[in-house]
Design a protein around this ligand. Structure first.
Ligand code: UD1
Length: 365
């Protein structure tokens, strides 16, 4: 039997780990390729990284670039320098990058310049908002990629419009849904709800971490007002991202008796249980917009735009301007009426399709 070709899977930040887990397993099961995991270290706290590896049963990374915190240039540049010296030693057939974080563009750029084919999982998403660091990462990563796996048909169409040859594009479906479907039935939902003192469909779950929402005290002030207002009527659970923690320190704490409850960032399975049982979710995360659509849970997204329009046209998502507390509160109150359907190929088999295609492709590369 021929030696298995090595495929490098790069992950750096929390949403990457959720996408890597099913592909790692599917590549192992498919058998033609040997996965090698590189963790860039973009996220490094246990709550942002280690807990995801254990919850999602991802093995300890084969290499860790340990970049840690820094400005965009420092973080992206440090990942590039460290990946540039590691990659030639790996004799990789291909490098797979996920999503739109700084680790994604940094490693795609290094691989492309070393002439190693790049495959991008979650290609083609576009907010058309060039002020978002992720949008810059998305466009550039797609331009550098030899194989582009899209989660939706509209994402494939975005790539075609930008002149990417159609033979490079594969509509593979949403890989996060694979992780969600694998874990949902194995979670003890009742015990998570008891642990957080909430009843199914009687609380709001919140995640906010976009720089445009949380770094600016005025915008975050409106969001904070909306949360405090909503917490007069029902429990509001808010696991706080490290970036958001800094802004929170400058705001008034919740009033005595408020039902607004803050926590550390949650492990994947705990968060999924709370997501699946919420009445409504308020978020600015890309992944959470998709997970709520996959679960049929109403979602209010505090952003002016989304790179995931299918969550609105087919799913349960609504966009609300983050700088208007009153509109946010009304959207949360009306959310019970948000209904949707599950988009095509959000079926739990995306990783299998990608692993199969990648196996064939790597024979040619
Ligand atoms: C990054 C991604 C974003 C993704 C988010 C998910 C980019 C450009 N952004 O944003 O798309 O939605 O991750 O979480 O890649 N910090 C810690 N511990 C950690 C990680 C970060 O304390 O484990 C702190 C950093 O020191 C920094 C802040 O959190 O102060 C921001 O982290 P960073 O990784 O720069 O960006 P995110 O906001 O997490």
């Amino acid at each position: 039997m021929a030696a298995q070709a090595k495929v490098v899977l790069v992950a750096g930040a929390r949403p990457n780990f959720v996408k890597l887990a099913p592909l790692y397993k599917a590549i192992k099961d498919e058998g033609r390729l040997r996965p090698f995991i590189v963790h860039t270290g973009q996220h490094y706290d246990h709550t942002m990284s280690g807990s995801f590896f254990s919850d999602l049963e991802i093995p300890v990374p084969d290499a860790n670039l340990d970049v840690g915190p820094g400005s965009h240039a420092v973080q992206t540049g440090t990942i590039m320098m460290r990946f540039e010296s590691l990659l030639p030693k790996l004799e990789a057939r291909c490098v797979v990058v996920f999503g739109d974080v700084n680790s994604t563009i940094a490693c795609a750029l290094v691989a492309a310049k070393q002439g190693i084919p790049v495959a991008h999982v979650e290609a083609g998403l576009r907010s058309n908002d060039w002020t978002m660091p992720e949008e810059i990462n998305r466009v550039l990563t797609d331009r550098l990629s030899n194989r582009l796996y899209t989660p939706t048909r509209d994402a494939s169409n975005n790539l075609l419009r930008e002149g990417i040859p159609s033979e490079r594009i594969v509509f593979a479906g949403n890989i996060m849904v694979d992780t969600l479907r694998a874990h949902l039935p194995t979670i003890d939902h009742g015990s998570v709800l008891r642990q957080y003192g909430v009843e199914a469909r009687r609380y709001v779950l919140v995640t906010l971490h976009r720089p445009s929402n949380v770094d600016d005290a005025d915008t975050f002030g409106e969001l904070w007002r909306a949360l405090n207002r909503a917490a007069r009527d029902e429990v509001v659970l808010f696991p706080v991202h490290p970036r958001t923690r800094a802004t929170l320190k400058r705001l008034e704490p919740p009033a005595p008796g408020s039902r607004l409850r803050l926590s550390e960032p949650l492990p994947y399975r705990t968060f999924l249980a709370l997501l699946a049982n919420a009445r409504v979710v308020l978020t600015d995360s890309g992944g959470v917009q998709e997970e709520t659509t996959a679960l049929g849970i109403p979602c209010v997204t505090a952003r002016p735009n989304t790179e995931r329009p299918i969550t609105i046209t087919e799913g349960t998502n609504r966009l609300v301007p983050p700088g208007d507390a009153q509109q946010l509160v009304i959207a949360l109150q009306e959310a019970d009426g948000y209904r949707g359907r599950i988009p095509d190929l959000w079926d739990g088999r995306t990783a299998e399709r990608i692993a199969h295609d990648l196996g064939k492709r790597c024979d040619e590369w």
